[in-house]
Design a protein around this ligand. Sequence first.
Ligand code: BDR
Ligand code: CA
Length: 390
Amino acid sequence: MPPLTRQGTLDSLELRAARSPKPAPPPCARAGESRAGLSWQRLLLVLLLAASPLAAQTEPRPAAPNERRAVIIDTDPGTDDAMAILLALSSPELDVRAFTVVPGNVTADQALDNALRLVSLAGRCDVPVAGGARRPLAQKLITAEFVHGENGLAGIELPAPGCAADARFAPDLIIDLVHAMPGEITLVPVGPLTNIALALLKDPTIVPLVKEVVIMGGSITEGNVTAVAEANIFNDPEAAELVFQAGWKVTMVGLDVTHKTNFGRQHLERLARTHGTLNDFATEVMAFLVELAADFGADGTPMHDPLAVGVVLDPSFVRTRHMRIDVETRGEHTRGATVGNRHNAVERNEPEGDRLKMTGIDRVEPNAHVAVEVDAERFLALFIERLRNR
Ligand code: BDR
Ligand code: CA
């Protein structure tokens, strides 16, 4: 039986109500209230909303496009970031215009050094690598060497970088590239959203010029830092809120799908069957992550950042729901949560005397295509295939 998620709870509440339109109220309830404290009128409204076109349905996604997609990958390497970088550089469908580096999994300096070592290993000094923010917008930097190894790359010592860092500040490089290729660039942030937010704050005119923003981050079902917050959002919630509300096309590839995309021992065996510089490095990193997951009792490790790159390569790896996402920046237990409004609607309450009175339902604009289903095995097969003998 799948774990009972918050979504599951909501769905089953609605389902129960749908199956028996007007059950007798429990004796302990006040007149007109259900056990859950909802009036029957409100439940009816919830049901109407669920059935109305306002409710978000899952959307089919287009298959892999024929044309190459120009991308900027904003990253905090990081073990799974490293896998995302190698996947991107091994995929002819992608035209990687830059790697912009953000602190998160490791410090800004370590992340830049790691990104340079990775593009050097791939022999791709033609792709600019630029350092950016040194800390989140409004809180202390939180790093995660505990998960990624002391150097962020599973403790594996790659050769010193042969490629040099681009001198430009990452948010400036993003702005320049977006203006140089209007309508063509897909931003793929797979770390905290600080650099993207700084680019937005400095030049909001980039919004209509960006093709799409495919974010690895967030979740509408569970967290991996707190009960409800995912790391990339938790590590800079103010930046994330700016990015979600900017008005561009956002696809959120969060824990809802990355936690279903587990790379396990059987995948490791397949990856280890072939050899090459990138292939062997990927095998070592994935072995580290699979072992780490096993230490915590998990059968396989989630492919967070690689899946976001995979969704750009082939959007049909996931199904999405178009809904409103707001980032919680204040909650005592919920800071950094991506709050998904599955019905794209909120209750309208208006003053009447000394109280507020519900007078209807207001629509809220959806702002994100949230990935909710994934064809994990097809993606994992692509990942292994792309690194074969590389
Ligand atoms: C995200 O957090 C980081 O640790 C990973 O690199 C990934 O981007 C997953 O929550
Ligand atoms: Ca990352």
